[in-house]
Design a protein around this ligand. Structure first.
Ligand SMILES: [Zn+2]
Ligand SMILES: [Zn+2]
Length: 148
């Protein structure tokens, strides 16, 4: 290889799934078009949580479409208090205790609720109605995953 030749990577875009090529040392997970997509920030923070779980050796198999359907279900609001728009991805069963980034374990949360949960078990910290609502939703995701 001559010094002018840079390695070329063929990758599947995390957002649109199209194959694109990139050169250079920084491998991107998004094609150039998706970098300017309105959904880029949503996809990028999900990918961040997927990578974080992978690094910790936890399950990380949620797809972008699955996460969008969860956001849709909670109408873009915090799944816990339901009064503040969601700001971050909460691991229902805490990440610190081994909860992975899977469709049946992540919920949209506001900063307040995310902080309130911390690394506590959901049963320890949530109001009964919050616990019931989010748990019911997530548990039915699990059924959808295994019966697919
Ligand atoms: Zn793309
Ligand atoms: Zn909240």
């Amino acid at each position: 290889m001559t010094p002018e030749q840079k390695p070329v990577y063929a990758r599947s875009c995390f957002l649109c799934k199209e194959i694109f090529t990139s050169t250079g040392k920084r491998k991107s997970s998004f094609c150039p078009e998706c970098h300017t997509s309105p959904l880029f920030n949503v996809a990028s923070s999900l990918l961040g949580q997927i990578r974080r779980a992978e690094k910790a050796g936890l399950s990380a198999n949620v797809t972008f479409e699955q996460w969008l359907s969860t956001l849709d279900f909670f109408e873009g609001m915090c799944a816990y208090c339901q009064i503040v728009p969601y700001k971050c991805i909460d691991h229902f069963f805490p990440f610190e205790l081994g909860g992975g980034t899977t469709w049946d374990n992540i919920a949209p949360a506001c900063h307040g609720c995310n902080h309130r949960k911390g690394s506590h078990l959901p049963e320890e910290i949530l109001q009964p109605d919050e616990l019931e609502r989010v748990r019911t939703y997530l548990y039915t995701r699990f059924d959808m995953e295994v019966t697919r």
